[in-house]
Each structure stands twice: as structure tokens, then as C-alpha cells.
Write a protein that binds this ligand. Structure first.
Ligand SMILES: *[C@@H]1O[C@H](CO)[C@@H](O)[C@H](O)[C@H]1NC(C)=O
Ligand SMILES: *[C@@H]1O[C@H](CO)[C@@H](O)[C@H](O)[C@H]1NC(C)=O
Ligand SMILES: *[C@@H]1O[C@H](CO)[C@@H](O)[C@H](O)[C@H]1NC(C)=O
Length: 366
């Protein structure tokens, strides 16, 4: 939709010279074929803005079906499937969220294949369906996604968002379903094969996902690019990590850039060393200013996180408490020596995910 607006601005800028004149059609057939060509002409949209809301996670609007049914989803660069709760789900979590009712959609195409997606909190299960997805105002027909019918435990009930839009690569997709972004691009609905995520710390106001490029107003535009190690997650090589001048001694470190991870979660081989150097974060937040910088070097460029950047401030009943964002995990062997750079990193560095160039770009966020 933004594409039309841009066209409009150009017409205004060039004044009377650009008033379009439609060709005169000599026969009804010619006229019919002209209108047909208009209808099938697909103008790819320019950078398109999707505002994000923050409530522990960043999420935004996606619509499914005709007429559109609204869902709030986490745009998760650490997974590759789209799922929303189904109207045929009767768990507590579904009664607390928006559910997709395929009977109400004229563009729904049944599939029915069972699918399960594993999370730390357990597996969410359901079945596949196909429908039109509207994202950033752009309609994408024929998207296969999951209608989820079973949510384990109470974890999902407490979440402000309804579902997840996976924005990693098809290799990480359950059932090898093409991720929605890549369908949108290959259908010619968007011009640039990249998207960018601007995550504002604190209350998150002003956060946005840009589809088809990036927004020049979100950063200092000092872009640096890092090639992907493989097209699965958004995974890149870490040259080195230095804390207070001391280098972390782990060979073959890798970073995964994951908008769906709030903090900095890493293989314990890496994070235990980082936490051994950083003094304990005072729960009353009094030592944030004296905490050492952590420097992560990526493709020769230093990315610095200060104490202010990597400490998590929790507000509860008017009281602020602090804890470190560095979280050690005993990862499976597929994530050996991996550090997940989540939202705390993306607050500082505006991130561009470039499918076309198979690379990640960072620029200093403003
Ligand atoms: C770009 O970002 C700025 C600053 O966040 C915002 O005000 C503006 O609306 C954004 N522009 C578009 C086209 O999304
Ligand atoms: C789904 O929509 C159909 C058609 O409007 C309606 O009959 C049915 O009750 C709805 N299902 C649920 C669970 O809301
Ligand atoms: C990058 O950081 C390392 C470790 O702090 C430092 O030794 C090096 O001089 C820095 N390089 C640049 C170009 O700033």
C-alpha cells in the first residue's frame, strides 16, 4: 500500500507534468485487456512499516483470512513457522487469545496435516491450513500456516501475543514450509529481499518492523555486514568477545540474532566466562554505571554493550530491580558455542536481515 503513497508524492512533486493520461481503447476487447493488465500488474511495495508493541516481547499485527481476522504475533527471527490459536482449540490459553476460525474465511483452503512446534515451555500442536495473510497492509495469498489446538501448561496463557511469525530460513521450518516473508518476496509483493527490526528499550514505544528494506531514520546508518554461516537461523561467526580487556577463551563461537529472545542467552561455555568477569549486578541497580563493557567483534567490527545495555531492569509496583541479561544455558550439540543475541543487543544495534544477500547488517540505533 505504501507503494501507492510514494507514487502519489512523486506526482505532486512533479506537478502538472505527471498527471497520467490513460490510453484510448478502440475496441471493447482492447479495453478489457487493458483492465486485465492493470489487475495483474503487481507493484512491489517499498519499505513498509509494521508498528510493534512491547510487553516483555515485541509483537505486532498480522491478519489471516477474508475478511481479515486480527492476530498479535511475535516477529521471531529465531524460528520459521507462522502459527495462531485455532477456534477449534478449547484450552485456557485459547480462550484468552484471538483464535482463527477458518469457517469465517472465504479464502481458506483445508490441509489438516498435524504439526507440533517445540519450545522450551513444551510443544504447541495443531494442524496446517492455507489462507491469505495480510502483513503490513500487503495481501499474500496461499500461505500455509498452523492452527494450534493444544498449548502445554500455563506459559502461553500469560502471554500478551496470540501467535508467532517465524522469520528465519526454510531449513528451520517445521514441515519445510516456506516462511511467509520469502513467499511475499517471491510473489513480487515487496521490492527488497530484506527486513529490519527497530526495538526501542523501556516501554518499546516507536518500535517497528520494516518489510522490504529499512528505515533510514532508525540508526546512524553506519551499516556493517556479516555473512551468514548457513541459511537456517540468522547465524554468524563471532571473531572474539572481550570483557574488561580479557578475551573469552572459546574457539568457534557463533552468534544467532534472535528477536524472539529477550536477553543474551548463550552456551554456558561462553556465558560462564563472561559472568565470571562481570561483578554481580546489584539488585537495587546501584552498580550499573561501574559494570565493564562487553565487546563482541563481528567481521572485524567491535559491538560494545555497556552495563546499561546488558542489565535487565524490572519494574514492579513502582520498584525497580536489576539483574544481568547474560544467561547461561546447556545447549544441545547443534547450538554448541552459540551466543543468542536477543532484544538487549538489538536495542543498541538496529538490525537488517538480508535474505537476498545471505547476511546480517547492524547500524547504531538512535
Ligand atoms: C521511520 O522511523 C521514524 C522514527 O522511528 C518514524 O517516525 C517514521 O514513521 C518511520 N517511517 C516509516 C516510513 O516507517
Ligand atoms: C466459526 O465460525 C462459524 C461460521 O460463522 C460458526 O458457526 C462457529 O460457531 C465458529 N466457531 C467458533 C468456535 O467460534
Ligand atoms: C576492539 O575491541 C578490542 C577489545 O576491547 C580492542 O582491543 C580493539 O582495539 C578494538 N578495536 C577497535 C578498532 O576499536
Amino acid at each position: 500500500m505504501k507503494g501507492y503513497l510514494i507514487l502519489l508524492y512523486i506526482q505532486i512533486a512533479f506537478g502538472a507534468f505527471t498527471i497520467p493520461l490513460y490510453p484510448i481503447h478502440k475496441t471493447p476487447e482492447e479495453k478489457a485487456s487493458f483492465y486485465k493488465s492493470l489487475k495483474t500488474f503487481k507493484a512491489g511495495a517499498g519499505p513498509t512499516n509494521v508498528p510493534l508493541t512491547y510487553n516483555y516481547e515485541y509483537y505486532g499485527l498480522v491478519q489471516i483470512g477474508t475478511p481479515p481476522q486480527n492476530f498479535q504475533v511475535v516477529f521471531d527471527t529465531g524460528s520459521s513457522n507462522l502459527w495462531v490459536p485455532s477456534s477449534s482449540c478449547y484450552s485456557v490459553s485459547c480462550s484468552l487469545h484471538h483464535t482463527y476460525n477458518h469457517s469465517k474465511s472465504s479464502t481458506y483452503i483445508p490441509n489438516g496435516k498435524k504439526i507440533g512446534i517445540g519450545y522450551e515451555a513444551g510443544s504447541v500442536t495443531g494442524f496446517l491450513s492455507k489462507d491469505t495473510v495480510t502483513w503490513g497492509g500487503i495481501q499474500i495469498p496461499g500461505i500455509t500456516f498452523a492452527e494450534m489446538t493444544s498449548f502445554p501448561g500455563t506459559y502461553w496463557s500469560s502471554k500478551a501475543f496470540d501467535g508467532i511469525m517465524g522469520m528465519a530460513w526454510v531449513a528451520e521450518s517445521e514441515d519445510k514450509i516456506t516462511p511467509v516473508y520469502q513467499s511475499m518476496y517471491s510473489l513480487g509483493l515487496i521490492n527488497a529481499d530484506s527486513f529490519a527490526m527497530y526495538l526501542v528499550p523501556g516501554n518499546g514505544i516507536g518500535s517497528a518492523l520494516t518489510l522490504g528494506g529499512y528505515n533510514t531514520s532508525c540508526s546512524k546508518n553506519d551499516w556493517n555486514w556479516i555473512p551468514l554461516l548457513n541459511e537456517g537461523f540468522w547465524e554468524i561467526k563471532i571473531d572474539s568477545i572481550t570483557v574488561n580487556g580479557k578475551a573469552i577463551q572459546v574457539t568457534g563461537m557463533k552468534a544467532v540474532i534472535d528477536s524472539g529472545t529477550p536477553h543474551l542467552v548463550g552456551d554456558s561455555t561462553i556465558v560462564n566466562q563472561i559472568n565470571a568477569i562481570i561483578p554481580t549486578v546489584a539488585s537495587d541497580c546501584s552498580n550499573i554505571g561501574s559494570l565493564p563493557n562487553v565487546v563482541i567483534t563481528l567481521n572485524g567490527v567491535n559491538y560494545t554493550l555497556t552495563g546499561q545495555d546488558y542489565v535487565v531492569q524490572l519494574n514492579s509496583e513502582g520498584l525497580t530491580s536489576c539483574e544481568t541479561g547474560w544467561t547461561p544455558e546447556n545447549f544441545p550439540s547443534s547450538l554448541r558455542n552459540v551466543l543468542i543475541l536477543g532484544d538487549l543487543f538489538m536495542h543498541v544495534y538496529y538490525t537488517q536481515f538480508d535474505y537476498g544477500g545471505s547476511r546480517i547488517g547492524f547500524a547504531t540505533a538512535i
